[in-house]
Write a protein that binds this ligand. Sequence first.
Ligand code: FE2
Ligand code: FE2
Length: 261
Amino acid sequence: MEEQRTFVNDLILRLQREAEWIASKHPPPEFYTRFKAPLALARKLFFTNPVLVRLRRMVEPILQEDMGHGLFHSTRVGIDAAALIFVELESDHIGHIKVERLMVLGLICGLLHDLCRDEAGHAEAGAREAEEILRKFPLGPREVKCICRAISNHEAFIAPLPCDPPWSQLISDCLYDADKFRWGPDNFTHTLWYMVNHQGITPQELIEKFPWGMTGILRISETFRTPTGRQFGPDIIETGVAIGKEMYHYLLQHFRQNAHD
Ligand SMILES: [Fe+2]
Ligand SMILES: [Fe+2]
């Protein structure tokens, strides 16, 4: 999926390209090689399911790309959430129509979870906004409630509210894990540069903030909520951290001198 780039200067674009180059030298995390089939099904549903096609068109203009949490991020969260739902249900022997319906709910969660990213308490605000939007869609009340609860539960380091029935809990946990998978390589190839651009951070300031940011990323490994997330999530985070360390050395090599001017 092509990203929209709206960076204010070429330097940020060059740094993002360097991060992409560094990332390309690392093998993809195992989640993306082992679960290719569920990921492909999730992608197919995302681009063909009529509810998702309509919803995507509706929310694309209001997603906040400038913060790195626009359509690119939301699509990737949704697809990983839907694949996680499939994998978690594989041993349950439930019908494929029901599994696909739950995957569609996971994709909707991904698309809508960061609608209010720039607001304080963005998870709660996003859940309220999602409830409003989903009135216009052919979803049952329990499905809408499930999506909204999952969205309000997606922030890290905040205790989630319980969900009922169990399929609702599954969707909430899968949305969380898929969103936190983005703290891996995506953080360094995508999100970081949008934040740097949006907040006007210089390379020298980035060097100063980098070690603190990496510590925060490592903490996320302890928080995955599904068995699949707990098994494969830390590898995604470690891959991101390895890319981040190389990027940090690149920044030190090219910008540290200036930091002491
Ligand atoms: Fe969020
Ligand atoms: Fe997110």
